[in-house]
Ligand binder design. Sequence first.
Ligand SMILES: O=C1O[C@H](COP(=O)(O)O)[C@@H](O)[C@H](O)[C@H]1O
Length: 247
Amino acid sequence: MKTATDGDCARDLAANIREVRHGGREPLAQALAAAVADDLRAGIAQRGVASLAVSGGSTPRLFFDHLAQEDLDWSRVVVTLVDERWVPETDARSNAAMARKALLSNGSGRARFVPLYDDAPDPESALDVVDARLDDVPLPFDAVVLGMGLDGHTASFFPHGDRLAAALDPRGEARVISMRAEAAGEPRITLTLPTLLATQALYLHIEGDTKAQVLAQALAADATAEEFPIRAVVRYAGEPVRLYWCP
Ligand SMILES: O=C1O[C@H](COP(=O)(O)O)[C@@H](O)[C@H](O)[C@H]1O
């Protein structure tokens, strides 16, 4: 597996991050929402439509609350997820259910949502169906907002995941891939690294000292993307990753 330590040991990965720091979760979420809303407005101005890929988990909820209140032409916005847990939307762990509830409400409910879950027994058998849905998402994205778990996973790029090498292949052609890993809980489906990097603006939204320490570990010279998949994102991002962080 090609990792960020192969052939680029001398490169300071931290230099490929631009940090925006706020004192708490609320101002951080507000600032991120304002920045992403500006990206979407710029996308609409340039090509008539805009696209956004968001993360699941718990961190984005406050950001979604703020973004949903942004005044923009939501009917011209397509929203999808960076990854999904292979559970139906009736399940409390569904990233789609969380995004629909917190982000796609009121005016923002006019956005078109493209889910990554399909009513199939496993993600492996639904890859073609989900990939075809991405034909309706204007690419490159105007904004991609990643999160990160305490194990250094981002999207569903889990440490030692069964399809991790393929998902992180910067030259890979697949847009979407399945993922199974011990830490993942349920099987996953995820946009691949090149798909996520095809964006005008790439954000990493994390909170707390512990996640900041994990990120620092991930970027250390002796770390690998197999142990800390977030490393590959920073390594291959064409422009500095916009890190939105608060203590
Ligand atoms: O399982 C997931 O976890 C990560 C991190 O979530 P958080 O709860 O620590 O914010 C998330 O970015 C990813 O989209 C999700 O599927």
